[in-house]
Write a protein that binds this ligand. Structure first.
Ligand SMILES: N[C@@H](CCC(=O)N[C@@H](CS)C(=O)NCC(=O)O)C(=O)O
Length: 238
């Protein structure tokens, strides 16, 4: 059986999950509390981060590799733009949207934060998520540099990526690389999800937290072309 080790609400994990579900791969998701995810990743021969996909002897430690493994046609042959865009989104957009979202979510009281960390997990690990919420928040804040300056820098990075996306779509094309949905659109929409809050992504959060994300985090992006593109990719292809 194919296994996918995740942090339930992680947007890199959502990217892998989206590709697998779209390709109708039969897999079992094993979601974890951040931190425990690192142990699960290591045990599966990953490099601490998630997602990790295990299929027999195959172990994939990068979400981009999982997308390609799920459906190689998402990377049309000869189109180097797709891989280059995915690389930019992975390197620049993913960390930035995560930091901006954590910048707000980590301000929640520990009790509510615990519900976020434990959401969608087996009972014992949900309990662990609730118990460790305060410590986890401190750890995440430190390891991901979730500071006012860090958040500000990340807002700048999101603005730059969103501007690049708008520029590409300026000629009226429906997708980032032309007429067809590719890994670039999937990667963009999944990694933008923490600041775009597509309806589908709401299922990975307690509803009151998703309401907060919608109210407080999406604000600066709502009128942008890139925001509309991410939402449209979710509506049409998720
Ligand atoms: N380059 C990796 C990045 C994945 C990533 O950043 N995963 C985060 C969750 S969003 C993670 O596992 N963080 C915990 C850790 O690294 O220990 C990929 O695309 O798969």
């Amino acid at each position: 059986m194919t296994r996918l080790i995740t942090i339930y609400f992680s947007h890199y994990c959502e990217k892998a999950r989206w590709a697998l579900e779209r390709a109708r791969v039969d897999f079992v998701e094993e979601p974890h509390v951040p931190g425990i995810s690192g142990i699960a990743s290591k045990v599966a021969r990953g490099n601490r981060s998630v997602p990790v996909l295990i299929d027999g002897a195959t172990v994939l430690k990068e979400s981009a590799d999982i997308v390609r493994w799920a459906d190689a046609s998402l990377y049309p042959e000869g189109d180097t733009d797709v891989a280059a865009l995915c690389e930019t989104f992975d390197r620049k957009l993913g960390p930035a949207t995560r930091r901006v979202a954590y910048g707000r979510v980590l301000q929640l009281p520990s009790e509510q934060l615990g519900v976020v960390f434990g959401f969608g997990l087996p009972r014992w690990e949900a309990h662990l998520g609730r118990t460790l919420a305060f410590a986890l928040a401190a750890l995440i804040r430190r390891s991901l540099h979730v500071t006012p300056e860090g958040v500000e820098r990340s807002r700048g990075a999101i603005d730059e990526v969103f501007a690049t996306v708008a520029e590409r779509l300026k000629d009226g094309r429906r997708y980032l690389c032309g007429d067809a949905f590719t890994a670039a659109d999937l990667t963009f929409a999944a990694l933008a999800a923490p600041v775009v809050a597509p309806d589908f992504y709401a299922r990975f959060f307690p509803s009151e937290v998703m309401a907060l994300i919608k109210d407080d985090i999406t604000g600066p992006y709502r009128d942008s072309v890139a925001f509309a593109h991410a939402r449209r990719m979710y509506e049409l292809h998720r």
